[in-house]
Every structure is written in C-alpha cells, then in structure tokens.
Design a binder for this molecule. Structure first.
Ligand SMILES: NC(=O)C1=CN([C@@H]2O[C@H](COP(=O)(O)OP(=O)(O)OC[C@H]3O[C@@H](n4cnc5c(N)ncnc54)[C@H](O)[C@@H]3O)[C@@H](O)[C@H]2O)C=CC1
Ligand SMILES: O=C([O-])CC(=O)C(=O)O
Length: 312
C-alpha cells in the first residue's frame, strides 16, 4: 500500500511520521511545492526507522506528481494555516486555489485513490476537491471530526480524572465554532457522561471544544499539528486496513439528516472504499437545530467558493 501526503508542513509531516511509525504501509510519499522541504523531512524521518523499528519507506518529492502515481490514499494538507485573529474561513481564496490544483494533479496520477482533505476551511475545501476530482463522493472526504472529538475527549478526561481511552463520543457539523458535540452520545467506560460531569462543567467543555483550534492558534501563532496529523493518519489506517471504523468525518450528504448537497461532519463507516456508510442518528429537536445552524454556516462559505473564480 502506498500513501501520498501533499504538504510537508506541520500537519503533513506529522501525518507522514505517524503513518511510518504504524509500520503497515510499503511507502509514504511526502510532496511539497517548496524545494528540499519534503526531501529533508522524509530523510530525517527515515533515519528514525532503525531507532523506532519500522520498515515503511519515506520519499520526499518537490512537486513531481509522477512519484505519487498509484497511491491508494492521498492526504491533502497543502495550504496556509491561520494566524491569531483569523478564522478558518479567511483562508478560503488562497487555499481553494491550492486544493484545486493539487487535487487535479493527484487524480491524474492516482485515479483510484481515496482522497482525505485536511486544508482549511475544511468543509469547503473538501467540497472544492470533490468538484475538481469528479469522482464518487465516497472517495473524497475530510478530516475534522476525529480531531474535534479527540479534543472533547481530552478535556473530559482531564475533568473526570480518567483515561481518554475510555471516552466514546460523537460530534457532528462543520469544522468551526458551530460544530455540534453531542453529550447525549458521550459515554465514559459505558457510563453516560451526564452522570459524571455537572451540566455547567460539561457546557464549558463543549464551548472549549468548539474553540479548540483557536486555543492552540493563540498559544502558538499558527495552528495545531500533532493531533491533526495523528487524526488524519488514523483515517488512513482505517481505509488501508479496511477496518470499518466508525468515525465522524466530513462527508457529502445527499438527504441524510434532511441536508442535501453539502459536506458536513457526520458519523461514517470507514473502509477500503472510503466512506462505506453514513450513519443517521435519531437526533432530538435541539440537536437537529444545532446541526442545521452549522450547515447554514458551511453553505455561506460554500457560496463564496461557488461564486469565486478560483484559478487552476
Ligand atoms: N482539518 C483540520 O482539522 C485541520 C486543518 N489544518 C489546515 O491544514 C493546512 C496545513 O496546515 P499546516 O501544516 O500547519 O501548515 P504549514 O504552513 O506548516 O504547511 C503547509 C504546507 O503546504 C505547502 N504548500 C502550499 N502550496 C502547495 C502546493 N500548491 N502544493 C504542495 N504543497 C503546497 C507549503 O509549502 C507548506 O509546506 C492549513 O490549511 C490548516 O488550516 C490544520 C490543522 C487541523
Ligand atoms: O484551528 C485551525 O485553524 C486549525 C484547525 O482546523 C484545528 O486545529 O482545528
């Protein structure tokens, strides 16, 4: 199995590094537009193989898509990250042009690849890649929900004083401040979270989760990479190993949850074909209203893309 990661910046390099350490792939190709960056990072990672005992070969490439040919999965992380004071949506015009040209190159050389988008604004960049790739939507989807639920679980683990391993949770909606963490679908070692965390504390954790990306941006001056890179790698693993894992992913909806023709975070079954099933939860009225509000926000950003003349 061969995986390409486009963008050898913070998230892309972390994703490639995590994938290599998992040691289930033959090759990871890391591609960037900046001369030497992917070559240098791939070489540095490869030099950890004898220390950390893995065999996955790493190859760094500057903008030569022929080297990505025949990839089973391609992760697209190329694009600008935000700085303090910016929203993810502010990145749209620059990143849409990048995602569009990268997707066209990727699909030309790996027409059967499953494509995982990471670039922001996530839901709309995934839509942009889907429009460009012109393949089945089950093969083009985005990473956000695993990251957002990981933040939610990490904050809950701190509050409860338990292992994050024991927390299960569902979070839906767009990858932004309107995301919808779902306490009704959150359990800790099988116990409903509401039996362990007081309502005010739970609400504070939900609010912190929604702004979790911004919290890191304010600390670092750029956005997160360890958790995003690990989250994208977890998706790649589920696809390559045909694991049928259930994850929240940014998927193309065609009527599910009453929403049509929109990319939005929903629980899915992930396997070798990409999104093999979209799971429809029986949301209550309050949860549905939050999801619709989130979808409305994503549609507003989608319309910016639809109305823009994004250069190839
Ligand atoms: N979906 C999510 O949950 C998350 C999304 N992100 C997004 O991921 C993207 C990458 O973030 P970072 O890695 O921190 O940024 P970064 O600046 O460290 O890396 C981006 C890389 O993309 C490369 N690049 C730019 N144009 C390219 C092109 N046409 N072809 C190939 N490579 C190109 C740059 O040279 C750079 O190395 C940003 O848009 C960020 O907002 C970041 C974290 C989480
Ligand atoms: O906050 C950002 O800009 C990057 C991102 O999507 C995240 O870390 O959730």
């Amino acid at each position: 199995m061969k995986v390409t990661v486009v963008g050898a910046g913070n998230v892309g390099a972390t994703c490639a590094n995590v994938l290599a350490h998992k040691d289930f792939l033959q090759e990871v190709v890391l591609l960037d537009i900046k001369e030497g960056v992917s070559e240098g990072k791939a070489l540095d990672m490869w030099e950890t193989a004898p220390i950390n005992y893995y065999s996955t070969k790493l190859k760094g490439i500057t903008n030569d898509y022929a080297a990505t040919a025949g990839s089973n999965v391609v992760v697209i992380t190329s694009g600008l990250p935000r700085k303090p004071g910016m929203s993810r949506d502010d990145l749209i015009s620059t990143n849409a042009a990048i995602v569009k040209s990268v997707t066209a190159n990727v699909i030309k050389h790996s027409p059967d690849a499953v494509i995982v988008i990471v670039s922001n604004p996530l839901d709309v960049m995934t839509y942009c890649a889907y429009l460009t790739a012109e393949v089945d939507s089950r093969r083009v989807f985005g990473m956000a929900g695993i990251l957002d639920t990981a933040r939610y679980k990490a904050f809950l683990a701190d509050e409860i004083g338990c292992s994050p391993k024991d927390i299960q949770a569902v979070l839906m909606g767009g990858h932004g401040d309107t995301m919808v963490p779902l306490p009704r679908y959150t359990t800790v070692g099988g116990i409903p979270v509401t039996e362990l965390v007081a309502e005010d504390k739970l609400n504070a954790i939900i609010e912190r989760t929604k702004k979790g990306g911004g919290e890191i941006v304010n600390l670092l001056g750029t956005s997160a990479w360890y958790a995003p890179g690990a989250a994208a790698a977890q998706m790649v693993e589920a696809i390559c190993k045909n694991e049928k894992r259930i994850f929240p992913c940014c998927a193309w909806l065609t009527g599910e949850y009453g929403l049509d023709k929109i990319y939005l975070g929903v629980p899915v079954v992930l396997g070798e074909k990409g999104i093999e099933q979209i799971i429809e939860l029986q949301l209550n009225e309050a949860e549905k209203a939050l999801l619709v509000e989130s979808a409305q926000h994503v549609r507003e950003v989608m319309s910016v893309l639809d109305n823009a003349q994004v250069p190839a």
